[in-house]
Write a protein that binds this ligand. Structure first.
Ligand code: UDP
Length: 244
C-alpha cells in the first residue's frame, strides 16, 4: 500500500478508476468448469487479466499416512505462480507468499466442504496462476470452489471471493494490481452466499470502523456477483444441451 507511482490517477474527478471502471464494478469475470480431463474436477477462471487454473483430486488416500485423520477428511491446497505469470520472472520454487496463499485458500474452502463424510481421506486442490494482475487469491478461490463442485465433492455452499479496498479515500470493489500497489487498502473476502458466512477476510492497509464496514459490504456484493458466474459455469458443463 502507499503511492508508489505518483503519476497514476487512481480515481478521476468523474469517479472513474485507472482501468475505466466505476467504484462498484468488478473486472470482467469468466469461468469454465471441467477443463482438465485427468483431474477429478477442474476450472479455469479469467478475472480481469488474471488467468488461473484449478484442479482437484479426491477424496483419496492420504500420503504421508500420518497426516490422515480418523475422524474426518482433510483438505490441502497448493497455490503456485508460473514463472511467466508476472513481468519479472517468478522463481518456480515455492515462495513464502505462495505457501501462505495456499494455506489461506485451504482455510477458506474448509468450512464449505463436507470433509466429515470422508474420514482418513484427503481432498487436494492445485492452483496454477498463469497470469497475475492483483487479486489472485480471490480468483483462485473462485476457481477452486467450482473445481470442487465439478469433482462432485459434497459441499455446504460455494465459496465466492472478491476483494474490496480503498483508493483516493474511496471504497472500491475488486482491487486490480495498480490499485493494490498504490492504493490505501486491500481486503480479500471469501463468502458462502447461501449460508451468509465469511470464510476469508484479510486486510492490507488501514481503515476506519465505518470504512471497514462499507468495504466488507461492498466486497460481499462482489462475491454474490461471482457466485452467479460460478453457478453458470457448472450449469454450462452439466447441462450442455441447454437444459438449465
Ligand atoms: N505479484 C508479482 N510478483 C510476485 C507476487 C505478486 O508481480 O512475485 C503481483 C501479482 O500481480 C499479484 C499482485 O502482485 O496479483 C498482488 O499480490 P498479493 O500478494 O497482494 O496477492 P493477490 O492480490 O494476488 O491475492
Amino acid at each position: 500500500m502507499g503511492g508508489r507511482d505518483s503519476d497514476l490517477v487512481l480515481l478521476d474527478e468523474n469517479g472513474i478508476r485507472c482501468d475505466g471502471r466505476k467504484v462498484d464494478e468488478t473486472r470482467n469475470i469468466s469461468i469454465k468448469a471441467g477443463v482438465l480431463k485427468n483431474a477429478n474436477g477442474s476450472a479455469y477462471i479469467e478475472f480481469g487479466d488474471n488467468k488461473i487454473l484449478a484442479g482437484v483430486f479426491g477424496p483419496r488416500d492420504v500420503h504421508p499416512k500420518h497426516m490422515s485423520d480418523t475422524d474426518t477428511g482433510i483438505i490441502r491446497c497448493r497455490y503456485h505462480m508460473s514463472p511467466f505469470s508476472v513481468t519479472e520472472r517468478k522463481n518456480p520454487a515455492p515462495s513464502r507468499r505462495e505457501i501462505e496463499i495456499g494455506k489461506v485458500i485451504k482455510e477458506a474452502l474448509r468450512p464449505a466442504v463436507m470433509l466429515e463424510k470422508f474420514p482418513r481421506t484427503a481432498v487436494d486442490v492445485y492452483v496454477e496462476v498463469l497470469q497475475a494482475d492483483g487479486g489472485t487469491r480471490c480468483a483462485a478461490l473462485d476457481a477452486a470452489s467450482v473445481a470442487l463442485a465439478d469433482a462432485g465433492i459434497p459441499m455446504r455452499d460455494m465459496v465466492s471471493a472478491c476483494a474490496a479496498g480503498k483508493v483516493a479515500d474511496t471504497i472500491i470493489l475488486d482491487v486490480n494490481n495498480e490499485e493494490d500497489q498504490a492504493g490505501q487498502a486491500d481486503m480479500p473476502i471469501g463468502y458462502m452466499p447461501n449460508l451468509g458466512k465469511v470464510t476469508l477476510l484479510q486486510l492490507d492497509g488501514v481503515l476506519t470502523p465505518a470504512e471497514f464496514k462499507k468495504c466488507l459490504e461492498t466486497g460481499i456484493e462482489g462475491c454474490k456477483q461471482v457466485y452467479e458466474i460460478q453457478k453458470q459455469a457448472l450449469k454450462d458443463k452439466f447441462f450442455a444441451n441447454g437444459e438449465q
